[in-house]
Design a protein around this ligand. Structure first.
Ligand code: SF4
Ligand code: SF4
Length: 111
């Protein structure tokens, strides 16, 4: 038993309420603990992407990893939350996705 518990005193824990609905995606991503790798764990087959009409990757990713820049799809892999949705959604299989290297990527509190 710690000395504070023995004395009957408990440390005061302040909880701040967060209005998640009012937060921007960038603000939410800032709260996710990640260790960014210098090497991308996402590779795109650009030829397939060029021929892709629906570009569903732009809409399914919860972190907005995929962007269209000057007509080309790019993956800002640093934002990836490792949910796996894009691999399922891309019907042409243009996405090669690996887990980030050991020690890198997202750290989830509950596993
Ligand atoms: S990753 Fe898949 S869904 Fe996204 S543009 Fe390329 S081919 Fe289309
Ligand atoms: S794994 Fe999830 S978070 Fe990462 S790029 Fe794909 S859809 Fe986005």
């Amino acid at each position: 038993m710690g000395s504070l518990e023995k004395s009957g005193m408990k440390p005061e824990v302040k909880e701040e309420k967060v209005d998640a609905a009012a937060m921007s995606l960038e603000d939410k991503l800032f709260l996710v603990k990640t260790k960014k790798d210098s090497i991308s764990h996402i590779k795109l087959n650009k030829d397939m992407c060029d021929d892709c009409d629906d570009r569903v990757c732009l809409f399914v990713c919860p972190s907005g990893t995929y962007e269209e820049i000057d007509g080309e799809v790019e993956a800002a892999y640093e934002n990836c939350l490792e949910c796996g949705s894009c691999r399922v959604a891309c019907a042409s299989g243009a996405i090669t996705w690996k887990n980030p290297r050991g020690g890198f990527g997202v750290t989830y509190v509950n596993g």
